[in-house]
Ligand binder design. Sequence first.
Ligand code: ADP
Ligand code: MG
Length: 345
Amino acid sequence: MEKRTDINTLGEFGLIEHLTKDVTVKNPNTLHGIGDDAAVIDAGKDALLISTDLLVEGIHFDLMYTPLKHLGYKAVVVNVSDIYAMNAVAEQITISLAISNRFSVEALEELYEGIALACKMYNVDLIGGDTTSSPKGLTISVTATGRAKKEDIVYRSGAKPGDIICITGDLGAAYLGLQLLEREKQVYLAAPGVQPDLEQKKYLVERQLKPEAAKESIAYFKKKKIQPTAMIDISDGLASEVFHICKSSKVGAFIEEAKIPIHPEAEEMALKFSLDPTMCALNGGEDYELLFTIDEKDLQEIRYMPSVYIIGEIVDAKDGIKLHTSGGNIHDLKAQGWKHFEDKA
Ligand code: ADP
Ligand code: MG
């Protein structure tokens, strides 16, 4: 019998690694291919950055509680975020859609209102895409391009022992927003007359449905001439992103649980759901803040950044990736991340 390996045995990152392990780069202007938030292409004086992301109905969004305008906005933001994660400025996007006939022209106009709003907010141009039919549901693929001076680009691989680990905003709220929306959906399905009251939980719901990319942080680095040593955007939860930086940079990390920023509303909601707020920050995802490391010499300037949290330090690889808990224990950080394949099997 022919060999058949279930994709769940590898997980998302293992699968990408497996499929791309023999990929080589032939063109000298491909400066950096697979393995970072965006690919880097030599474009003369500057470098061109390219990143792509796919959003699938039923996996990444549920239209029962996701307004199409927000979805359009988010689809752009999550791509722009990957360009920022390279310390670059986003400039263009393309949008590709697979749509079933369940969607009306008016519905798609709403989607495009959100796309246009994000293009305006982040100063990017919509320059193309593709449109096709789908047997069921909606799929959105966005590709973003950006630009940076070659020497300004920040990879996941530049962190070194002694560097300070920072993040640009609080974590876990988007995940808790999702839990809340999912719960309200179940309540609604059980008793369709009952309208959910989400007014009190605006922050969490917004973090989930209408995230923002860390534009100001990139502008601050530029203004202050600070170059992070490594950077990644937090799409899969802090733990997973710390692992990516450590793996690429061949270092370890020491994270202080007490320093991980968690919004009071997120903390409260986590406790209501009997979840550990720290676990939500570590493994929740979709925060779209930046995780970056800086040389110790830049610490003073970084302290003045409008939104920054210092959460730990890069250590030698042999010292591992550790979490110093608020209770005073030190244990190995575990990355769970999203498990789309398992969740939706
Ligand atoms: P991010 O979370 O920043 O969008 P991913 O985890 O999706 O990054 O991807 C990690 C790296 O693997 C990126 O360089 C991405 O371009 C690459 N990659 C992801 N999926 C594929 C694929 N199917 N084929 C080739 N490269 C891929
Ligand atoms: Mg990313």
